[in-house]
Ligand binder design. Structure first.
Ligand code: NDP
Length: 336
């Protein structure tokens, strides 16, 4: 049966600097019944991700900007509650690029069945989803991690970083995580098998703290943060080291003119390879990588956490928390 009302978040304004709750508007509307070829999906979980900050800005990026008054989009997991699409039935659990919304009526080919085996469906948005694949691509394909490498991961207790560090450990690396809270640092070393963790908020001289944690220098830096964290790691890169540039969250709330220019502090690192990547460019390998992650999770070689806020109302708070570090592991919103 089709429900009556839907609630969804719209982009109300383009933030300058840190976004606030006022940049989002919760709209109530009728639920549209699916037409031919469409499905109606009830969202169970929606994912909030740092790249969404870029889409709130009217600037050139690999992801198109969202328009003011348009619905916020998100990768979601949900349940088909009505289907006019051959191949999907009521009750099927699906994932797709949908909205910050309770319901979405979309073409059936915009969603696919969720394949997570015995794991919770939310893992399709976390360790078995885009963040897990990003961790794999950055560590293995771009970072080309080797046994014996010293690997530093920033935002190490987040969705991508926590998995990247564990993959580097499995590959035989010595893994150091950088994070912003002692509890997160303890999680990395006590539960995820990181060899050391540095709290960038309390370390004082961060470059010295990285040197202490990495006595043989840094062979691979999995870059999630940018700014001063990045500078502190760059100081200790070895000859023929690599930087896998995954993201630079510390810069996402800065306006263009304020973002520091150029790769900083690489002046004595002429043999370092710096390579950025976007996980969607590796979509052809998604199935292979997901299978690998599923096996590691089932063997408890890779552990994961999800931080979940409750209700569609909480989506902006969950998103804003990414920039405060309120999440451990993947930040999700449970909608139904
Ligand atoms: P996380 O789960 O890691 O959440 C963000 C974390 O970043 C926070 O928990 C916080 O942790 C840390 N952080 C926030 N602001 C700062 C700051 N100013 N300085 C230092 N640390 C900060 O998010 P994701 O795992 O989803 O994303 C991690 C990175 O990967 C982002 O840069 C993102 O853009 C990028 N990414 C890139 C992809 C690609 O295809 N290239 C795909 C997916 C993500 P703490 O408490 O430790 O500070």
């Amino acid at each position: 049966m089709t429900p009556d009302t839907n609630r969804r978040w719209l982009l109300a304004s383009r933030p300058t600097g840190e976004p606030t709750r006022e940049d989002f508007e919760l709209e109530e509307s009728d639920v549209s019944e699916p037409g031919p070829g469409e499905v109606l999906v009830r969202t169970r979980y929606l994912s909030v991700d740092p790249y969404m900050r870029g889409r709130m800005r009217d600037a050139d990026s690999y992801a198109d900007p969202w328009g003011i008054g348009e619905p916020m989009r998100a990768r979601c997991v949900g349940e088909v509650v009505d289907s006019e699409y051959d191949g999907l039935e009521t009750g099927d659990v699906v994932a797709g690029n949908l909205y910050w919304a309770e319901y979405a009526t979309v073409d059936g080919d915009r969603v696919e069945r969720v394949e997570v085996g015995d794991l919770p469906v939310s893992t399709a948005l976390s360790v078995l989803g885009m963040p897990g694949r990003t961790a794999y691509v950055g560590t293995v394909d771009v970072g080309r991690v080797e046994p014996g490498d010293t690997v530093v991961v920033s935002a190490a207790a987040g969705a991508v970083g926590s998995v990247a560090g564990q993959i580097a450990r499995i590959a035989g690396g010595r893994v150091v995580g950088i994070t912003g809270a002692d509890e997160k640092a303890d999680w990395l070393t006590d539960e995820l098998g990181f060899d050391a963790a540095v709290n960038y908020r309390t370390a004082g001289d961060l470059s010295a703290a990285v040197a202490e944690a990495c006595p043989r220098g840094v062979d691979l830096y999995f870059e999630n943060v940018g700014g001063e964290v990045s500078d502190a790691v760059t100081d200790h890169l070895t000859d023929y080291s690599r930087i896998a540039v995954c993201g630079k969250i510390a810069l996402y709330n800065q306006e263009d003119g304020d973002v520091p220019r150029g790769p900083r502090r690489l002046h004595q690192r002429t043999r370092t390879r710096v390579e950025g990547f976007i996980v969607s460019d590796h979509a052809h390998r998604a199935e292979h990588i997901t299978d690998r992650l599923r096996r590691w999770v089932s063997e408890e070689e890779v552990r994961y956490r999800e931080t979940v806020t409750e209700g569609i109302e909480s989506a902006p708070e969950a998103f804003l928390g990414l920039f405060e570090g309120t999440n451990v592991g993947k930040q999700l919103v449970r909608v139904a």
